[in-house]
Design a protein around this ligand. Sequence first.
Ligand SMILES: [Ca+2]
Ligand SMILES: [Ca+2]
Ligand SMILES: [Ca+2]
Length: 121
Amino acid sequence: YSFETSNPLTWQEAKQACLGKGGRLVVIETDEEFDFIAEILRGNTAYRRNFWTGANDLAEDGNWIWDGSDHQVENFNRWGPVEPNGGTMENCGNLYRHINFALNDSPCSVMDDYICEYNFL
Ligand SMILES: [Ca+2]
Ligand SMILES: [Ca+2]
Ligand SMILES: [Ca+2]
């Protein structure tokens, strides 16, 4: 993984930045992977922003997928308490600082930090 915190980007820009590094926006397949990432985020007080993931419902509102992966978000249980709540206004998923880095839907145009992953199958 790389945690990109020096240059906040929109979701599309962050996606391209990860592709440019030979990776992709992080796809969180398991609770274990979520816990591993969340622990890093929660443990670093220098992290001030939210972090884009590959989660999005851009193709069909309410149908959340991980970009570049066949893995479904459907069974993902690490959404924030009232998330996703943005309907067609919020189509990109970030790990949201103020809810302890649970998953949240945000407008894709927001400038966030982001997490790339590498060496996935
Ligand atoms: Ca992954
Ligand atoms: Ca949406
Ligand atoms: Ca939201």
